[in-house]
Ligand binder design. Sequence first.
Ligand code: HEC
Ligand code: HEC
Length: 202
Amino acid sequence: MKTFIAATVGAALCMGITASSVAANHAEDLATHTCSLCHGPKGESTSPAFPRLAGQNAAYIEAQLKAFREHTRGDPPAQAFMWGMTALLDDQTIHDLAQYYAAQKPVPGTAGDPALMAEGKQIFEHGIPDKKIMACVTCHLPDAQGNETIPRLAGQHADYIVKQLAYFKSEIRRDNPTMHAAIGGNMTLDEMRAIAAYVESK
Ligand code: HEC
Ligand code: HEC
């Protein structure tokens, strides 16, 4: 009897391990054969049309994939590209994809125009109190690494950052109202460009 129980428990454990590794392989397969077409082989996209995912925080990726699937993140590129990509993803695959990308090495920063980066650093660290723009560092942390549900901005394409800030400002991207509260309707395009140049360099 003891042997039977041990064998059954052993078999169940093996099955459990096998099932989860199959799921993780499925996510890695998807990432390398499908997502890579736009986001680059390991999420280190080279085109600013496609955000870099390598080293992005797992809980943030998971939340975004669900927001695309549930159509709560609905800016035009999200609708055009990511609604279809996520329509058939189940929660386990989304979880495994997020783990996969979070484990990849982030792309090192690229320095841009020095004056722009200096202005961006100032806003990132201190906000613009007169315009009720919060200091980004409060949530995105020094070096713009983010944390859990707060995205990493470091090394991200500057043009992608500018586009997202414009979507938050106009509330086209409103799945999470935090960002509208942080920048309000007050940030100019030049200020967005300065911040984007700064975080891309990190
Ligand atoms: C045909 C091109 C294309 C493919 C294939 C694609 N994506 Fe995307 N993805 C995009 C675009 C474009 C955006 C930017 C959407 C926006 O601006 O709101 C995006 C955004 C994302 C984001 C949000 C990133 C952020 O910083 O907020 C995640 C996460 C993501 N994609 C994951 C995936 C995964 C996982 C796959 C594969 C299952 C995938 N994508 C396949 C084009 C693509
Ligand atoms: C109160 C906390 C908080 C502050 C302050 C804040 N952010 Fe964010 N930020 C967030 C959260 C949370 C998200 C994720 C939003 C979502 O889930 O859609 C985010 C998302 C973003 C994104 C989208 C990243 C991506 O990959 O798509 C950008 C860009 C961004 N923030 C820039 C900034 C800038 C620039 C500032 C300073 C002016 C700032 N944030 C201040 C919390 C904050």
